[in-house]
Design a protein around this ligand. Sequence first.
Ligand SMILES: C[S@@+](CC[C@H](N)C(=O)[O-])C[C@H]1O[C@@H](n2cnc3c(N)ncnc32)[C@H](O)[C@@H]1O
Length: 270
Amino acid sequence: MSWRPDTTGAALVRGDVALGDDGLMTNRQWTEDEFRNLQARIDAARSLGYYHHIAITDRAGHTLATSGPHRTHRAMPVLEQAGFPRDLSGKSVLDIGCNAGFYSTSAWLRGARRVVGIDRCPHYIDQALLVREVLGLTSSEIEFRVADGHDLTADAEAFDVVINMGVVYHLQNPMDFLTKIAGLTRELMFLESEMLIDPALSDYAWFIEGKYLVDGSNWWIYGPGCLAGMARAAGFREATFSGFTWKPKPGTTTPEGTLRQGRGVLICRK
Ligand SMILES: C[S@@+](CC[C@H](N)C(=O)[O-])C[C@H]1O[C@@H](n2cnc3c(N)ncnc32)[C@H](O)[C@@H]1O
């Protein structure tokens, strides 16, 4: 069996790692014992919950998987259409709120010369380190560390490209955060977030405080126009809404009875 991925688009392959339509692949072959031990370690790391569902298949067709609800490889084609860079050759990339590291890995597969993934939750960084180990990669390919985006200072390392996905609605002080991130972005920020779907509300933001998807860390939902203005005020020369990547069926509500909103992407340039 070939370890190269089946894909409807161009395959992403770097060294012994690849990404296809069914997830990540490694040109390694686990023994039965290794496979069982790795899956047991992956399962043990879910004590505080997985968000990323990451599937990794070896040369013999054995698949290890993390158990989160966000089916990462299925999201990738939609994100690419919204402007997730296809080619990151020679770029340095910061992935803020990297979770179990799928998008950091994806940036490395796209040729990035340096990838750093940060997350404020140590258990997500533990998951990212485990996934990286399963792929046979090390810190020289992708560096993961526990850090809060709020604590990045003006003299922090700058990056050509920043991946900022699924984070800004979790922040109480988004302008402070975006200003810090703009200060360390050289070229482009890929900004993905919950967004208000009603076009009449595009220039507004909703302070959602404890009423959204049973997650007390959901504070704001922004209209695309509002978030674009915030990104420009934070220091980006240009912030363009590239569209919704997901929308609920009309009238869908959260368990709290709040109208469910969509997910969208802004491409922000320095
Ligand atoms: C909804 S998940 C998104 C994960 C990933 N970026 C993605 O799009 O699949 C939000 C992640 O951001 C992290 N996070 C939230 N606020 C953060 C902050 N201020 N600094 C760093 N990480 C943060 C959370 O711990 C969590 O892993």
